[in-house]
Design a protein around this ligand. Structure first.
Ligand code: C5P
Length: 229
């Protein structure tokens, strides 16, 4: 018999705070962290670098299976993403890569090719998995499931602040449009649409602090038998 690996899934739209909450939860619990969105983003970057057309699903599938990637946690407990030996964590965060990731993520073949690359993250002592279909498709037997959401204007405002802090001047109105477009694409695609798992606890972070969401998330984990160390 293999030892049970506890898994917490956190799904929801972009900008709801999943990345921050998942990394803090993983840190508190001493668990591994899977940023599944980074895998879709990585595939876009790898395709660009290997001049693979994003409409060429067959080649994307081959690339998804073979791309040389590595995830690392730095001393500040921030997740780093390495592609072919290069730290490309910042490079894959652009809005254009996010939009392309959402386009390729609509292909069932691409999703299938990334399944096993996501499941290898389930290792002892446990995993916090962040994405859109973690609780429904990738880890349907997860111990605790959360669907973290927030209203689109608030999510776009958070993104706007992040970009302004980095010195990037983007219009808030265009970000709100982009957020809504991406939600629409993620929710209406035929393959693994973004929907809460039937057994997920829904948390709306619109008017909550990061700490408030973290404590609520840890509480959901605790109620499902997962305790902080
Ligand atoms: O979470 P992030 O914004 O990095 O994800 C980028 C895109 O990748 C999402 O808009 C979504 O279309 C896709 N994605 C997905 N399934 C996941 C994670 C991300 O379809 N589990």
């Amino acid at each position: 018999m293999t030892d049970h690996v506890p898994i917490i899934t956190v799904d929801g739209p972009s900008g709801a705070g999943k990345g921050t909450i998942c990394q803090l939860m993983a840190n508190r619990l001493g668990f591994h962290y899977l940023d599944s969105g980074a895998l879709y983003r990585l595939l876009v970057l790898a395709a660009r670098r290997h001049t693979v057309d994003l409409r060429n699903v067959e080649s994307l599938v081959v690339l998804a299976a073979h791309m040389d990637i590595y995830f690392n946690m730095n001393s500040e407990f921030e997740s780093q993403v390495i592609l072919e030996g290069e730290d490309i964590s910042a490079l894959i965060r652009g809005e254009d890569i996010g939009a392309d990731a959402s386009t390729i993520a609509a292909h069932i073949e691409v999703r299938a090719a990334l399944l096993s690359r996501q499941r290898v993250f389930a290792k002892s002592p446990g995993l916090v998995a962040d994405g859109r279909d973690m609780g429904t498709i990738v880890f349907p037997d997860a111990d605790a499931k959360i669907f973290l959401t927030a209203n689109p204007e608030i999510r776009a405002k958070r993104r706007h602040k992040q970009l302004m802090d980095k010195g990037k001047d983007v219009s808030l109105a265009s970000l709100i449009e982009q957020v809504k477009e991406r939600d629409e694409r993620d929710m209406t695609r035929k393959s693994s649409p973004m929907v809460p798992a039937h057994d997920a606890v829904i948390i709306d972070s619109s008017h909550m602090s990061i700490n408030g969401v973290l404590e609520l998330g840890l509480d959901v984990a605790k109620k499902n038998g997962i305790h902080s160390q």
